[in-house]
Every structure is written in structure tokens, then in C-alpha cells.
Ligand binder design. Structure first.
Ligand SMILES: Nc1ncnc2c1ncn2[C@@H]1O[C@H](COP(=O)(O)OP(=O)(O)O)[C@@H](O)[C@H]1O
Ligand SMILES: [Mg+2]
Length: 471
């Protein structure tokens, strides 16, 4: 390499490898050409001494080297004509001790057929990527979890809104609610709507792991820690959840000794696998969602749950209402559950008799939505055994049938507690009764009902009541 290729004391040339099939050039930090290989000179039609030291934009006005000098970021695989010939080029910055000291450009010559082929391929890949991204976005939105949470009850909608709002943050969440209210579903939905959705979602059921195994399950262990330990050690759930979410389910079941260890992890944001030296603790980046059906505040008073841990977990509390406190959601939930079960069983869609809904709404659901799912699944099976595709009261099981209340006295024909439905049924009954009494005399009937004659006609129309036939 020649001395005139060194400018400002910084030589970029040693980074360049000559290649007879590729045009290679290099510029210094002031965009002056400091190197050009034979191919480059031949294509550009210059002698070396004619162009070395000249500003690159004087030679190739469309060059990307000046941009790379500014950004320090490589420009890869772009098309650029060199003296009228098509090339595919790449520009890399040369960085020394943190400073951009120059740029190296390489251009591969293409004949036009190749170029079209590559362009077509790139365009197709581009289209594919775009359509995959769209599809993924669509699926993600559809399954983002919150859409799976059914309920129009005001307090349910409120907590759903809160959960959505805090999904975007990294705050610790404590989900409370009776068994079967949807704590798992909420935890998953929060994760799937969070910026961590591409990361793992790791669920730990604190009640299901024996006390003596819990520590190694959560924090892992190093090789040779104890007999029977897996070779190479084992990753704990916290490490598995790195860059994602860890869901500590049934946190109320965690023994006090583990609560102390968990607290340290939450404070330090690092874990120390069993059997490791203290300097081998690992930093972890996890979002924590905990859930329980127990009253943690009461457990704190009773000394069964650490107060400091309780405060750490209870940053955002989402209390999911029991199903018996949102019975108006039962029809909607039942519909969706039946649809889900039928889909899973690959059968036709079963219908639900309106009397069944009334029975379902009269029950208290200690097992909440999970119990409702079980009851409906069993009802579908019973109906299927009778060759029916309509779920009737007799399919719902004795427990629920025992809960059937006598129909509302006021409304012998009204089978729901839906107010609008109730009023309409009664309005129709009343109109029929009065029209019978007046033997179809609309004028008299409107007087008795204290409504305008035209209103009476409208209502008769609405309910399909005949104009005659009342005598
Ligand atoms: N709001 C809801 N909408 C639809 N399904 C629900 C809802 N809440 C609970 N479920 C269903 O009920 C069952 C129990 O929910 P889960 O999240 O496991 O409850 P938990 O963790 O509180 O015991 C699951 O099959 C879940 O899909
Ligand atoms: Mg659960």
C-alpha cells in the first residue's frame, strides 16, 4: 500500500482487500478518495493519480459514503450505477478508537438480467415480510387476551380498562379474586398487551411445588449442587422469564422462608442460583404478576404473609369480581362458552333454552366462570346423549335445578329478569286484555289505557296484534 493513501495519520487501506471482480474504494474522514482498486479505476476510466485525493462526490455524485461518514452506520446492498454500469454496493464505516476515520465501499457488477432477478427477489421478500407482519399483528390483536375476557358488568369493564392501561408499564400487578374468576386469563392478557409480548410468559403455581423444591424451581441451581442435580445445572423460572413476565400464581401459598428470598429478588432484580458463589448472581429483567384467591392483608395481620413483600407485590391491585356479583354477564358468558365447547368438540352449535339462563342466573357460582364452563360442558354432553342440540334445564344437573326459583309472581309469562323484556311482555298482555274488554274498540281502549289513539295503533303494530277478533 502506498504512502499517499494515508491521510491525517489514519490509514484505512489495511482494511481493504483487493478483488479483481469487485470495485473497491475507500475515502477518509473528509470524503477524499484514498484508495481505489484496479477494477474501480478501469470502470471509472481514471488513472490512480487522477483521482486519489479528490472529493468522492466529484467522482460519484450519488455516493452513499458521505452519509455513512455522518451516521457511522453501514449501508448495505443498494443499487448504484458506476459510470453507467449497474452495481450492487455496500458501504462500511471504518471506526478506530471510537472515531469514524473513513468508509470502504464495494460494488459488485451485475448484468441487467441478474439485477432484475435480484430486484424481483428482494421485492417479493419485502412483500412477504410485510404480509407476515400484518398477519402477525392481526393475530396478535385478535388474541391479545383482553378480547377473550367477556363481561359488560360495570365493575368488570372498569378493571379490564385498568388492566389494559397498565399493560404498557413494567409495574408489578397483584390479581385477586376467587377461584375461577379469570386471574390466569388476566395475567396472560396483560403480558400479551405489554411491550414484553415477544418475550416469555412463565407461570409458576406456588401451591403445586413442594416447599423444598420451590427455591430451585424459582432460582435454578448450579451443576453439582446436590445429588440428582442435572448436569450443567438448571435454569430457574426467573431466568427463564428474562425479558418477559413471570406469573406467580397462588402466591398466598408461598412459605414464609421463600417469601423472604422472593423479596430480595424483587428488590435487587437479580437471582442467585442454588450452590453458586455470591459473585455469580445474575441480573434479570422480568415483570412480575402475582395472583391469589386469599386475603393477603388478613394473612399479613395473622403473620402468615410478609408485610414488606405484600407492599412490593400490591403496587397495582386488580380485584376481579365474583360471577355472582355480575350475573348480568351470565347470558353472554354462557353463549360464548357453548360456542367454544362446540367448536372444540367439532359439533353443530347448541342453543340454550331461555329457562336455562334463568336457572344459571339463580345460582351463586362458588367456582365462578370455571364452574359455569364445567356445567355447560356437561349439559352439552347430556343433551347430545339425548340426541338434542338444545340445552334444557334438565341437562344442567341437580345442583342447579334445586336452585330454580318459582317464576316471578308478577310475571307469569316472563322468563327473564331483563327489564326491557319484562315491560314489553306486560305491555302486550295489557293491550290484549283491554282490547278484549272493549271488544276491539280502539278509541275506548286508548281512553282506558290513557294513551293517544295513534300510540295504540303503533303499539298494536309493534306487537302484531290483530285489528279485529276481540269480540
Ligand atoms: N371473563 C371471562 N371471560 C371468558 N372466560 C373466562 C372469563 N373469566 C374466566 N374465564 C374462563 O374460566 C376459566 C377459569 O379462569 P382462570 O383464569 O383459570 O381463573 P383463575 O385463575 O382465577 O382461577 C378459564 O377457562 C377461563 O378461560
Ligand atoms: Mg388460576
Amino acid at each position: 500500500m502506498k504512502g499517499d493513501q494515508t491521510l491525517n495519520g489514519n490509514c484505512v487501506v489495511p482494511y481493504v482487500v483487493d478483488d479483481p471482480n469487485i470495485a473497491i474504494m475507500a475515502v477518509d474522514s473528509k470524503s477524499r478518495l484514498v484508495y481505489a482498486n484496479g477494477t474501480y479505476l478501469r470502470v471509472m476510466g481514471f488513472k490512480r493519480e487522477e483521482i486519489i485525493g479528490r472529493h468522492i462526490e466529484d467522482i460519484v455524485p450519488m455516493t452513499k459514503t458521505t452519509q455513512v461518514l455522518k451516521t457511522g452506520k453501514a449501508e448495505k446492498a443498494y443499487f448504484i450505477p458506476l459510470n453507467g454500469q449497474n452495481t450492487i454496493a455496500t458501504c462500511h464505516p471504518v471506526i478506530k478508537e471510537g472515531n469514524i476515520i473513513g468508509v470502504i465501499g464495494r460494488s459488485l457488477f451485475l448484468d441487467m438480467d441478474d439485477a432484475h432477478l435480484v430486484t424481483a427477489m428482494v421485492n417479493k421478500l419485502d412483500d412477504d415480510v410485510r404480509s407476515f407482519r400484518e398477519r402477525e399483528k392481526h393475530i396478535e390483536q385478535k388474541n391479545n387476551g383482553f378480547s377473550r375476557l367477556i363481561g359488560q358488568n360495570i365493575s368488570f369493564k372498569k378493571i379490564k380498562k385498568l388492566a389494559k392501561a397498565i399493560s404498557g408499564t413494567d409495574s408489578t400487578v397483584l390479581l385477586t379474586g376467587e377461584t375461577g374468576t379469570g386471574k390466569d386469563l388476566f395475567a396472560k392478557a396483560i403480558h400479551l398487551s405489554s411491550p414484553r409480548r415477544q418475550g416469555p410468559f412463565i407461570r409458576v403455581n406456588c401451591a403445586a411445588i413442594p416447599e423444598q423444591l420451590l427455591e430451585s424451581e424459582l432460582f435454578g441451581y448450579e451443576e453439582g449442587t446436590f445429588t440428582g442435580a442435572i448436569k450443567g445445572g438448571k435454569k430457574g423460572k426467573f431466568e427463564m422469564a428474562d425479558h418477559g413476565t413471570i406469573f406467580l400464581d397462588e402466591i398466598g401459598e408461598m412459605p414464609l422462608s421463600m417469601q423472604a428470598k422472593l423479596l430480595v429478588v424483587l428488590q435487587e432484580k437479580e437471582i442467585e442460583p442454588l450452590g453458586s458463589q455470591s459473585q455469580r448472581s445474575k441480573k434479570i429483567d422480568v415483570r412480575i404478576i402475582a395472583a391469589t384467591n386469599q386475603k393477603l392483608d388478613e394473612m399479613v395481620i395473622e403473620g402468615r404473609f410478609r408485610q414488606d413483600l405484600y407492599y412490593r407485590l400490591n403496587v397495582i391491585n386488580i380485584e376481579i369480581p365474583a360471577l355472582r356479583h355480575r350475573k348480568s354477564d351470565i347470558p353472554m358468558l354462557a353463549e360464548s362458552i357453548v360456542e367454544k365447547v362446540c367448536h372444540r368438540m367439532e359439533t353443530v352449535k347448541y342453543t340454550i333454552d331461555s329457562e336455562v339462563i334463568r336457572v344459571l342466573q339463580n345460582y351463586d357460582w362458588p367456582g365462578n366462570v370455571r364452574e359455569l364452563e364445567n356445567v355447560l360442558e356437561r349439559a352439552i354432553i347430556r343433551a347430545a346423549m339425548e340426541g338434542s342440540t338444545s340445552i334444557q334445564v334438565e341437562h344442567t344437573g341437580e345442583l342447579l335445578r334445586k336452585n330454580v326459583l318459582p317464576p316471578l309472581e308478577l310475571a307469569p309469562s316472563c322468563q327473564t329478569t331483563d327489564l326491557k323484556n319484562y315491560l314489553q311482555t306486560h305491555e302486550k298482555l295489557m293491550l290484549e286484555e283491554v282490547l278484549h274488554k272493549t271488544r276491539g274498540d280502539k278509541y275506548l281502549a286508548s281512553e282506558m289505557l290513557n294513551i293517544h289513539l295513534s300510540a295504540l295503533y303503533k303499539k298494536m303494530n309493534k306487537y302484531g296484534l290483530p285489528q279485529k277478533a276481540y269480540s
